[in-house]
Design a protein around this ligand. Structure first.
Ligand SMILES: Nc1ncnc2c1ncn2[C@@H]1O[C@H](COP(=O)(O)OP(=O)(O)OP(=O)(O)O)[C@@H](O)[C@H]1O
Length: 353
């Protein structure tokens, strides 16, 4: 439905989006995720038609909307936008803000669409209120209804939940996802919050320094990061040194020889580092190694421990919080990692350069 082909965007001579490609299918909900300044909003603006391209193309339903020298105007794209600051008209009621998105239809059509949209975003009871009489969550629902009113092909959401408190943010993002799925409207969300991206999206694009590092389903981004940058940005975890074992799917580490679910392409003896997520470390009654608690962060049902191994390497472990280990206490641990991701030391050095 949407094809973003090798797009490049520049501010003066600075390339801030560098040959980024991805596509969005009908009904897919996607996120662009990455640290501040990595180019997320610029990509969204390029898709919306506010940002010209210096290379590549944006194609929506087989129509080229942008390429160098060509920029179809934002109002001609049938793409909706929802912003962080809601951008509601303060002098218009909820009903009239939504009606604004329908101004090309006759009055009868407008009335029935407004009624349907008010029901959809659950604001029927407060249709006559003005934006200053609404909570942040309600204002964002009005903004969503207004953007959905003209039945866009695609909805772009630029950090729409970031002004809301954590609980409301979680709830509203799931509500919005349900609404989009019900209407089968494709959407792209820009966020720097990975939990939000995980919960909201079918596909996520991770950006860093203007380059797309990986476009994938949330599970793969976490368990199968394609490079060190992705592994560092997504989730928690530590890198543990090891060497490729005599079998191509094994890595020998301080925990002994671990078996991965793939054959590694390096020869036996190659020094590598493996990514261990906190949920890859488990308590062990028999075997395993003795580790010392050096840090702990309580988060309710679980506690994230930083543990020091006998060689001085560190791993993180997410353990149920009913067992409360003290700093300097020792615990017996082992690994249970199905997705054993290894990076060669060379890749690691490149990633940290
Ligand atoms: N109008 C502008 N003129 C010059 N540089 C800009 C302009 N807008 C953005 N930039 C730069 O382009 C880069 C990408 O910005 P962009 O807003 O796309 O990042 P982002 O990933 O959305 O960041 P954030 O999460 O902080 O909003 C940044 O280095 C930013 O400073």
């Amino acid at each position: 439905m949407l094809q973003v082909q090798e797009i490049q965007c520049q501010y003066q001579s600075d390339i801030v989006v560098d040959k980024v490609s991805f596509h969005v299918n009908d009904g897919d909900i996607c996120s662009l995720l990455g640290p501040s300044g990595c180019g997320k909003t610029t990509i969204l603006r390029a898709i919306a038609g506010f940002q010209p391209l210096t290379h590549g193309k944006v194609i929506l339903r087989d129509h080229c909307l942008s390429q160098p020298g060509k920029l179809v105007g934002p109002e001609q794209r049938n793409i909706g936008m929802v912003f962080q600051d809601y951008a509601l008209f303060p002098h218009l009621s909820v009903k009239d803000n939504i009606r604004f998105g329908l101004r090309k239809q006759n009055e009868r059509e407008q009335n029935s669409a407004v009624k349907r949209l008010l029901e959809l975003v659950r604001l029927e009871g407060i249709a006559h209120r003005y934006p200053h009489e609404l909570s942040g969550g309600q204002q964002q629902r009005v903004a969503l209804a207004r953007a959905l009113a003209p039945s866009p092909d695609l909805l772009l959401l630029d950090e729409p939940f970031s002004n809301l408190d954590t609980e409301l943010r979680k709830r509203l993002s799931l509500e919005v996802r349900d609404i989009l799925k019900e209407l089968r409207i494709s959407a792209i969300l820009v966020t720097h919050d990975q939990q939000e991206a995980f919960a909201f999206s079918d596909q996520i694009g991770l950006l860093h320094g203007g380059k797309l590092q990986q476009w994938d389903i949330p599970f793969n981004l976490y368990h199968e990061p394609s490079n060190r940058t992705v592994a560092d940005f997504i989730g928690e975890g530590c890198f543990l040194p090891g060497v490729i074992g005599s079998e191509a799917n094994t890595v020998t580490t301080e925990f002994g020889t671990l078996m991965g679910n793939r054959a590694y392409h390096w020869p036996p003896g190659t020094p590598v580092e493996i990514l261990l997520r906190p949920d890859d470390i488990v308590l062990s009654d028999f075997g395993g190694i003795t580790a010392t608690v050096v840090e702990k962060v309580f988060s309710g049902s679980a506690t994230l421990y930083t543990l020091s191994l006998p060689t001085g390497s560190r791993v993180e472990a997410l353990l149920p919080s009913h067992r409360n280990y003290a700093i300097n206490e020792t615990v017996q641990i082992n690994t249970e990692a199905d997705h054993l991701i290894a990076f060669s030391r060379e890749e690691l050095l490149q990633g940290s350069a």
